[in-house]
Design a protein around this ligand. Sequence first.
Ligand code: AMP
Length: 467
Amino acid sequence: MCGVFGIFGGPGEVNAASLTYMGLYALQHRGQESAGMAVSDGDSLQLHKEMGLTANVFDEEIINRLPGSLAIGHVRYSTTGESSIINAQPLLAHCSKGAVALAHNGNLTNAQELRRELELGGSVFQTTTDSEVVINLIARFGKDDLQTATIRAAKRLRGSYALVILARDKLIGLRDPLGIRPLCLGRLADGAAGRTKAYILASESCALSNLGAEFLREVEPGEMVVIDQAGLRSIKFASRRRQAFCVFEYIYFARPDTFLAGKNVHEVRKAIGAVLAGEAPVEADVVIPAPDSGTSAAMGFAAATGIPFEIGLIKNRYVGRTFIQPAQEARELGVRIKLNPVESVIRGRRVVVIDDSIVRGTTSATMVRLLREAGAREVHLYIASPPYLHPCYYGIDTSQAGELVAATHTPAEIRDLVGADTLHYLSLQGLLRAVGTPGQKLCAACFNGKYPVPVQQEVNLPEASLA
Ligand code: AMP
């Protein structure tokens, strides 16, 4: 998972670097490992990227050194492969089309194949990301303009990609033919209904509203938008009836204030909580969320059951997402530092705790233990998604099947492992009902194993790192 952002403003209309900074800030939840941006002043591109959070990577002085009204940005969440500065994005290359920068959210399932082919053809690579394959492919179509080369490159890509590409005088955004990862288009206007000052591309609509920009629409699956001085053009480079938007974006990844396919994520999560409550009724005194990812679902659960909603666990907001830390030991420690129970809510109570998902089981086990230590009489764990059984090859950090506790344990075994009195997962039908999008428009491979893009087993990306 990553967050991407792009802005095209007329000369002198906007400060692209400071708006990109704010956009990346709004998308920080999609990746906390590195942040970067490439900015064009109409003549040349400048790049700044480093490991760390947006606020640590950029300061006023750096932003001031990046003048221009066009930019792209990226926050990275690496999965397999190296988490180092060489893999931070945007990537910048100089080719027949001049300087081109690219930022990618997603994961190419044929990256290794393409890379081998390109290497045999003489290409050199400087990173271990699959995203570099894309920029190499674009450069390969040397005689074509950037737009044509990007379409020709896209036709070779398999897997998931939401891409933003920046040239001296152009911003391009595109989404894979199945629309697995999100990308939306917005507009910054001069006053309410005024002149367009800039077009914006962003992984999530929360980045638009944070900037006071208007949401125009989503970039369609298989669509490329090109924005330059001539305005905005849309090119459909692939058409498929099947779509496969990642359902896990609704469950966990996206921010609650974001809209995905016209649906507000917070409302979808509340609906999920209500469906979950209907599927497995419980007698309890209090419903609490796993902070913060379970909050919306817990509100929906509490409203549907009439059991009071409470805050029973406090999250230290200054600890990053536990998942981000590579080693298991660090991860466990991270979870403990991160969470503390509110004893007055918990002691002597029958507690329903709602989390969005169980991946390895670390978070659930820690939460249940903390609740028991705080005097909970009963702990009922409700999970606002079905058992996570299959690794994701499209950009979510679970590419190792062995790490998924539900792949190797029954729900009853997981209940015992995490120490809960009962454990209930949402059914897949229940999930689809709550999301309200027809199943054939979603990717739910992590739950049902139906991969919309074929994956070979060797796509375990030993050296290639996911964007
Ligand atoms: P675990 O502790 O391994 O069971 O992870 C589950 C917790 O991590 C849940 O509380 C989720 O909020 C969160 N989570 C789920 N999937 C992911 C993911 N792919 N990356 C980061 N965090 C995740």
